[in-house]
Design a binder for this molecule. Structure first.
Ligand code: PRP
Length: 186
């Protein structure tokens, strides 16, 4: 990363500005509010990546939601998935008979949510839907469809607004493509 603290200089390009993200998140919240009218869904934030999206999204949902947080990890410090999903911290919320919305920052190969949604199905959730800020449907390695998507992204390594490389760049307000110089050996 740049030594002078200008994180955004490490981006090759900006894909979505903070304003575009906030607009998309607000309309996603309105859509979910309409679709779940009369219900009290359990919203599960997949940490760490979905933290910013989740906190912004729930403020646009006018329903009595229950908020839960789990920590899943499959990328460790690299730029590609290990394919092994680690449940670092689970939820103790009883989802039996509940409508569940899983909130993600990005769905890529689909391994992470394929594993986690199967766990929720075994726990007898009434319905399970996936809400994601970013989706890369062409990268799927398992049969998994996102139900609510803010943006479909090209096949590039993206960071910002919760998404990281080696646990950095999550606090950028925009989403951009990380300059390969940052992670490729010189
Ligand atoms: C990222 C992201 C998703 C997952 C998507 O998590 O937040 O959870 O990878 O990839 P997949 O569809 O190929 O499984 P990561 O393991 O990097 O942890 P993080 O949320 O702490 O960044």
């Amino acid at each position: 990363m740049s030594q002078d603290g200008k994180m955004r200089d490490d981006l090759q390009c900006v894909l979505y500005t903070s304003e575009q993200i906030q607009e998309a998140v607000a309309s996603m919240g309105e859509r979910i509010t309409k679709d779940y009218a009369g219900k009290s869904p359990v919203m599960i934030c997949i940490l760490k990546g979905a933290s910013l999206f989740f906190c912004d999204l729930i403020r646009h949902i006018d329903l009595p939601v229950r908020c839960e947080f789990v920590i899943l990890s499959s990328y460790q410090d690299g730029v590609s998935t290990t394919g092994r999903v680690r449940i670092v911290q689970d939820t103790d919320c009883d989802v039996t008979g509940k409508d569940v919305l899983i909130v993600e920052d990005i769905v890529d190969t689909g391994f992470t949510l394929h594993t986690f949604s199967k766990m929720l199905a075994i726990r007898n959730a009434a319905s399970i839907k996936i809400v994601t800020l970013l989706d890369k449907p062409h990268r799927r390695k398992v049969d998994l469809k996102s139900d609510y998507v803010c943006f479909e992204v090209p096949d590039a390594f993206v960071v910002g607004y919760g998404l990281d490389y080696a646990d950095k760049y999550r606090n950028l307000p925009m989403v951009g493509v990380l300059d390969p110089k940052i992670y490729e050996p010189a």
